[in-house]
Design a protein around this ligand. Structure first.
Ligand SMILES: Nc1nc2c(c(=O)[nH]1)N[C@H]1C(S)=C(S)[C@@H](COP(=O)(O)OP(=O)(O)OC[C@H]3O[C@@H](n4cnc5c(=O)[nH]c(N)nc54)[C@H](O)[C@@H]3O)O[C@H]1N2
Ligand SMILES: Nc1nc2c(c(=O)[nH]1)N[C@H]1C(S)=C(S)[C@@H](COP(=O)(O)OP(=O)(O)OC[C@H]3O[C@@H](n4cnc5c(=O)[nH]c(N)nc54)[C@H](O)[C@@H]3O)O[C@H]1N2
Ligand SMILES: [Mo]
Length: 555
């Protein structure tokens, strides 16, 4: 197989949510689960009440650590060093699952060789945990009956994101904790339907159901149903390549459907330059946003409560969505707008309903073939579901049948982040979310309740650092990176360790993405949102900064 990690990197939980409650050890690495995945965090808390040991590895003292038996607070960007050392210890103590490795994997010798230099002492110098702490983590994971591993963006949003994911997969393969109930490798998917979007082929190299565009047989199948000739077999561009293409004059138009890139892409100045350079920009959104300011055309879309269709959740469950309210004004379903544009460009893309589109998708995608609207009327079904008699799949790789035969270890060497602190920019900035807000705030900043609870951006600064810089809790300070600066209120807190700061991208007045680095993982194109270098300056004005770029009525 192309490697277990690449299947997992396509991003699907191998286990189901209900399986969380019955695993002896839950290992959460790089996921702020209580704030970003509150529903799943309830399953983890219930598991702890039933006797599971929750182990958290995160550079921040996130709320989940309150339920954890152990919190390993390692440095930002050091996951590969930490996990390689854990695997070194597991192999040294012979805690690895020889039978599973012999029968179902390949490349174990290569893994063993790669991790051989990651002694706990060596890794300690990189990740900041003591060698004993690393041995303790290895012993907890290595001697457990089953470990369920859960990760999110703390693992993926690095220039080494793919290698980080592979390393998580290597660990679970080494322990034989894959292809069985409860244990596995589980990326918690972020948006309500990001799993569905990927399943629908909203990636540069696949059709629906992860069928490769490079495969001539697959292309022929789609060409027949769509009545077209010669669908391209080449890969489309990922976001960094799109912006580069615009800036080099190769890409003339950009069509954004539900992406507020000015706020959500790294290095805002670079994003804005790209939007200014593109000849034609279409923004299709449910609200006016920062990105739409640059648009030539704005197309109003209907939102989740105004449409019929399906969303696929993090455990691969395809669920029905029903229209609860009528869309306002000229807002239309996203699929309808796209179809109309296709029509005006000369291709008849005539669909009458979401169900009709879904039936075409399932006729072309074996993994979803058995999921009909009638069958998910009451409860969703988890793909793979190959036919209408199949009840769906709770956990993947059951009986150790992997997509292309054996699971391959893909060991990786630790590499530092693209930008690390130095004298001029001595702090690591890592970024993410708060419970009370959603991404670029277009939705949550319209809710009075959320604004009351969490009205503005806060930068987390460790008390030791604050004392050295004479920063008081609640004081407005300036955070500066090589790409820009923002004025932001400080939150002096030991949630972050010394040398680390944390911000979100929820507030346009002080958006972390003014500061973040647009270096990206070469395989996925995902940016290094989780690590850049900044410095903190006392702000000249002691008062609240003037609000910039607030386009919202906040009703
Ligand atoms: N309330 C709320 N919930 C959301 C969202 C939202 O905007 N608001 N967005 C949704 C979306 S799309 C997504 S993708 C998910 C994201 O879900 P998460 O990834 O859980 O959310 P983040 O806040 O990005 O948290 C990442 C975690 O990684 C840690 N971290 C930072 N650097 C490192 C590192 O180098 N190594 C490790 N191991 N950990 C590190 C951070 O301290 C943090 O705890 O959340 C989803 N849920
Ligand atoms: N610094 C930093 N930046 C990050 C991240 C991070 O951790 N740190 N995380 C990244 C991640 S994981 C994600 S997922 C992105 C999110 O980045 P975005 O997707 O750009 O953020 P959203 O605020 O969710 O913006 C989505 C837009 O879609 C609109 N919208 C909502 N529903 C619909 C709909 O049904 N139809 C249409 N047409 N529009 C709709 C909203 O109004 C909004 O303008 O941010 C990324 N950026
Ligand atoms: Mo996301």
């Amino acid at each position: 197989m192309a490697g277990l990690a690449s299947t997992l990197g396509a991003g699907a939980m191998t286990n189901s949510i209900r399986e969380i409650e019955d695993v002896p050890v839950i290992f959460v690495i790089g996921s702020n689960t209580t704030e970003s995945h509150p529903v799943i965090s309830y399953s983890m808390k219930r598991a702890v009440k039933k006797g599971s040991r929750l182990i958290v590895a995160d550079p921040r003292k996130i709320d989940l650590t309150r339920w954890a038996a152990r919190h390993f607070q390692h440095r930002v960007g050091s996951d590969i060093a930490l996990l390689n050392a854990v695997m070194y210890e597991i192999i040294r103590n012979e805690w690895h699952d020889r039978a599973f490795i012999d029968d179902h994997t390949e490349g174990f010798e290569y893994l063993k060789e790669t991790v051989s230099k990651y002694t706990p002492e060596y890794a300690s110098g990189i990740c900041g945990l003591s060698a004993d702490e690393i041995r303790e983590l290895a012993s907890i994971l290595g001697t457990a009956d089953k470990v369920g591993l859960y990760y999110t963006l703390g693992i993926t949003e690095h220039t080494t994101g793919t290698d980080n994911v592979r390393t998580c997969a290597n660990l679970q393969m080494l322990l034989g904790h894959i292809g069985i109930e409860n244990a596995g490798v589980n990326p918690l998917r972020g948006q309500n339907n990001v799993q569905g979007a990927c399943d629908m082929g909203v990636l540069p190299d696949v059709f629906t159901g992860y069928q490769k565009t490079s495969d001539p047989g697959t292309r022929e199948k789609f060409e027949k149903v769509w009545g077209v000739e010669k669908l391209p077999g080449t890969e489309g561009a990922k976001i960094p390549a799109m912006f580069d293409g615009i800036n080099h004059g190769d890409i003339k138009a950009l069509y954004l459907i539900g992406e507020n890139v000015v706020m959500s892409e790294p290095n805002q100045a670079h994003t804005v330059k790209s939007l200014e350079n593109v000849e034609f920009l279409i923004v299709q959104d449910i609200f006016m946003n920062e990105t739409a300011e640059y648009a030539d055309v704005i197309l109003p879309a209907a939102c989740y409560a105004e449409i019929e269709g399906t969303f696929t959740n993090t455990e691969r469950r395809v669920q029905r969505v029903r229209r609860a309210v009528t869309p306002p004004g000229m807002a239309r379903d996203d699929w309808w707008i796209t179809g109309e544009i296709a029509k005006r460009m000369g291709f008849i893309m005539e669909y009458n309903s979401s169900e009709q589109i879904w039936n075409e998708i399932r006729s072309l995608s074996p993994s979803m073939a058995g999921i009909t609207y009638a069958r998910i009327e009451q409860q969703g079904i988890q793909w793979p579901c190959p036919d209408t008699d199949h009840t769906g799949t709770c956990y993947l790789y059951c009986d150790n049948v992997f997509p292309c035969g054996k699971a391959r270890f893909q060991p990786a060497e630790w590499k530092p982040a693209a930008e690390v602190p130095d004298e001029e920019y001595p702090f690591v900035l890592t970024t993410g979310r708060r419970l009370w807000h959603y991404h670029t705030g277009t939705q949550t900043r319209r809710s009075a309740g959320f604004i009351d609870i969490f009205p503005e951006e806060l930068i987390e600064v460790n008390p030791e650092d604050a004392q050295k810089l004479n920063i008081n809790n609640g004081e407005y300070i300036t955070a500066v990176s090589r790409r820009g600066k923002v004025t932001v209120k400080s939150w002096v807190t030991s949630r972050v360790m010394p040398g680390v700061c944390f911000m979100t991208f929820h507030f346009s007045e002080a958006c972390a993405n003014v500061l973040t680095n647009n270096a990206f993982d070469p395989v996925t194109g995902t940016a290094e949102y989780k690590a850049c270098a900044i410095r903190l300056e006392k702000s000249n004005s002691a008062s609240e900064p003037e609000k910039q770029r607030v386009h919202r009525e906040n009703k």
